[in-house]
Design a protein around this ligand. Structure first.
Ligand code: RIB
Ligand code: CA
Length: 313
C-alpha cells in the first residue's frame, strides 16, 4: 500500500462539495486530517453543519470538522441558495448531525497542522472561497513553504464565469483571498470551469449512484438531481457540471486531467471583471508562472472512479 497522502479539505457544502468529501473519505490513498468549513454557497452556520452531515453519511463521525471564516476578507458575502437550495444541501433528507463541531477555529487548525506535520507533507484542497486559506497564510506566513501543494476548484477563462460573465463563484466571493493564494509562491493546481464543465452529470450517471443501493449512493443521486437543474436550465445541457469532485479525482488519478503551467492573475479592482482569473495560456504577458491550469478531463473514467469509490462506503 503506497503511503497515504495527507490532505485538508476546505469546503462550503454544497452538493458538489458533498460528493467530493464522500469521494475523499472513500479513498484509502487519502488521509483526511480535517475538514474546514467556509462561508460560500450558504452561510457558515450551514456549511459547517452540512460538512458534519456528510461525514456521518459516509459513516465517518470521527472526522474533525472546523468552522472558519464567516465572510470574505474584504467584500460582503455572496451566497448561492439559488443553486444549492436554502440548506445548501437540498435534495436528500439528511438527519441533523450528532458528531461535534471542533471548538478550534479552522484557520488555527490549518496553521497548527501545517506547523506540526512534516514540511511538504500536507496538501490543501479548497472547494469554496479561499478565505480560510488566505487568512491562515496571513496569520502565520511560516506555513507557506510547509504546504506540499494546493489543489483548488475555482476560476475559469475559456469558459467565462458562472456568477458573472467574467468570474467563477469561489473566486468571485473572495477575490482578495484568491490573490493572496495565487501570489504565495505555493504550487497551485487550479481546477477551473474549463475542466468542470466537461464533467457533466446525466440521467444515466445519476442512476449509477442510485443503483449502488446504499444510503450514500441514494443521497448523491438525490443531491445531483436537485443540483443539476440550475445548470441544465442555464446552459441547456442534460446534466450539470460536477465541479468539486474533480479536485479529489485529480489527487487520485491525475492522469485523467491535462493542463499547462502558466500565470494566472485575479482581478481585485474592477467591478466589471471582479474575481476574473486571467489565465495567460499563450504566455504573452511574461508574468511569472504560478499555476498548473487544468483544461481537460477524461469524464467517462472520472465518473467510473466516482461510482466505484462511493460504492465502497
Ligand atoms: O463555481 C463552482 C464552485 O462554487 C463549486 O465549488 C460550488 O460548490 C461553489 O462553491
Ligand atoms: Ca464548493
Amino acid at each position: 500500500m503506497p503511503e497515504t497522502r495527507k490532505i485538508i479539505i476546505d469546503t462550503d457544502p454544497g452538493q458538489d462539495d458533498a460528493v467530493a468529501i464522500l469521494l475523499a473519505l472513500a479513498s484509502p490513498e487519502l488521509d483526511v486530517l480535517g475538514i474546514t468549513a467556509v462561508a460560500g454557497n450558504v452561510p457558515l452556520a450551514l456549511t459547517e453543519k452540512n460538512a458534519r452531515k456528510i461525514c456521518e453519511l459516509a459513516g465517518k463521525p470521527g472526522i474533525k470538522v472546523f468552522a472558519g471564516a464567516v465572510r470574505p476578507m474584504v467584500r460582503h458575502l455572496v451566497t448561492a441558495e439559488n443553486v444549492h437550495g436554502k440548506t445548501g444541501l437540498d435534495g436528500p433528507e439528511l438527519p441533523e448531525p450528532e458528531m461535534p463541531l471542533q471548538k478550534q477555529h479552522a484557520v488555527d487548525f490549518i496553521v497548527e497542522t501545517l506547523m506540526r506535520e512534516e514540511p511538504g507533507s500536507v496538501t490543501l484542497c479548497p472547494l469554496g472561497p479561499l478565505t480560510n486559506i488566505a487568512l491562515a497564510m496571513v496569520r502565520e506566513p511560516r506555513i507557506v513553504p510547509r504546504i506540499r501543494e494546493i489543489v483548488l476548484m475555482g476560476g475559469g477563462f475559456f469558459e467565462g464565469g458562472n456568477v458573472t460573465p467574467a468570474a467563477e463563484f469561489n473566486i468571485y466571493v473572495d477575490p482578495h483571498a484568491a490573490d493572496v493564494v495565487l501570489k504565495s509562491g505555493i504550487p497551485v493546481v487550479m481546477v477551473p470551469l474549463d475542466v468542470t464543465h466537461k464533467a457533466l452529470t446525466s440521467a444515466k450517471r445519476v442512476a449509477a449512484f442510485r443503483e449502488l443501493g446504499t444510503r450514500p449512493g441514494l443521497a448523491i443521486a438525490e443531491m445531483l438531481e436537485f443540483f443539476e437543474r440550475f445548470d441544465e436550465s442555464k446552459y441547456g445541457t442534460d446534466g450539470g457540471p460536477l465541479h468539486d469532485p474533480c479536485v479529489i479525482a485529480y489527487l487520485l488519478q491525475p492522469e485523467l486531467f491535462s493542463g499547462r503551467y502558466i500565470n494566472v492573475t485575479v482581478e481585485t479592482a474592477s467591478e466589471l471583471t471582479m474575481g476574473m482569473t486571467v489565465a495567460d495560456w499563450w504566455g504573452v504577458t511574461g508574468r511569472e508562472k504560478n499555476v498548473t491550469y487544468l483544461r481537460d478531463v477524461d469524464h467517462e473514467q472520472f465518473f467510473r472512479l466516482l461510482v466505484e469509490r462511493i460504492g465502497r462506503l
